[in-house]
Write a protein that binds this ligand. Structure first.
Ligand SMILES: [Zn+2]
Length: 102
């Protein structure tokens, strides 16, 4: 379970996302934690699965940048993160109908 401290700043969407309504850092959900700004996805992951390794980052696999639904989060290393992010970006572009061929 997530702490109320986190869940009170989220909204559950009908299609199952848990979108963060609090502050952002670099476009990603962020919160003050023990005096530091931390990424909320990392907090969520650590509350449920334990510590995140140094070289890993927590990402949303659902394509929603502000989604912190635990089931939509995945752990990946920084190197792979770039390609996952690119893939999600491409998917989002295609989902919007694309403007290729112009
Ligand atoms: Zn989601």
């Amino acid at each position: 379970m997530l702490t109320p401290r986190l869940t009170k700043r989220t909204v559950r969407t009908p299609d199952g996302h848990l979108l963060w309504t609090g502050g952002l850092a670099n476009g990603y959900p962020a919160a003050k934690h023990e005096g530091k700004t931390v990424y909320v996805k990392r907090l969520v992951w650590e509350e449920i699965n334990g510590p995140v390794p140094e070289d890993a980052v927590v990402i949303s696999t659902c394509g929603q940048r502000t989604c912190i639904e635990p089931f939509h989060l995945a752990l990946t290393t920084s190197g792979r993160y770039a390609s996952v992010r690119d893939a999600l970006g491409r998917y989002a572009a295609e989902a919007q109908g694309g403007e290729e061929g112009r």
